[in-house]
Design a binder for this molecule. Structure first.
Ligand code: FE
Ligand code: FE
Ligand code: FE
Length: 188
């Protein structure tokens, strides 16, 4: 096997293991998300991710290679961080917790985008056009997911900031009554 093809197969094995981990992790993200739109994004991406595993299997078949996953430690680390983010979310405001979920989810998407970008480029170099087309479809989904996450973070961030402004106002109006007697005491 050419070394370039070997490289492609290794990249695909890495992606297969990465996607398998995400199929298992995404339902936890769905459960942890508060904003209904964010929940929906994770839910849809979970279905897409299962499809992406099927697509990777097709690519292996096209290349005449066995669909054998190879440990992707990077995704294992990201999934671990996602688990931490979920647990830490319990002690956060809903919006802050959601923003943290978006942040880790985008790191996952960016890892996938680079993996699929590389795999597609290698497939094109090897003139494996059908494989490249399948990899392009998945790459498009990862990019779309990244974009949707950026978009949903905007209203959540606005709500988070509005919430902080409201709690500052509440905090200062709570302080006000206690400030009055103190002034009076000073005056008398
Ligand atoms: Fe994926
Ligand atoms: Fe990896
Ligand atoms: Fe993804």
């Amino acid at each position: 096997m050419s070394q370039v093809k070997e490289l492609l197969v290794e990249e695909l094995q890495d992606l297969l293991h990465a996607e398998n981990q995400l199929v298992a992790a995404l339902p936890k993200m769905v459960e942890a998300a508060h904003h209904p739109k964010l929940k929906e994004i994770f839910q849809k991406h979970h279905i897409q991710t299962q499809n992406q595993v099927a697509r990777l299997n097709q690519v292996f078949e096209l290349l005449g290679e066995e669909a054998e996953p190879k440990a992707c430690r990077a995704m294992a680390g990201l999934v671990e961080e996602a688990q931490e983010t979920i647990e830490e979310g319990d002690s956060k405001d809903e919006n802050a917790a959601d923003l943290a979920l978006v942040a880790i989810a985008q790191k996952v998407e960016h890892y996938e985008i680079s993996g699929y970008g590389t795999a597609r480029a290698l497939a094109l170099q090897l003139n494996e056009r059908d494989a490249a087309r399948l990899l392009s479809s998945t790459l498009g989904e990862e990019e779309a997911s990244d974009y949707l996450l950026t978009e949903i973070s905007k209203p959540i961030l606005q709500e988070a900031l509005a919430g902080e402004f409201d709690s500052r106002k509440t905090a200062s109006s709570e302080r006000a009554p206690s400030a009055k007697p103190r002034t009076r005491t000073k005056a008398s």
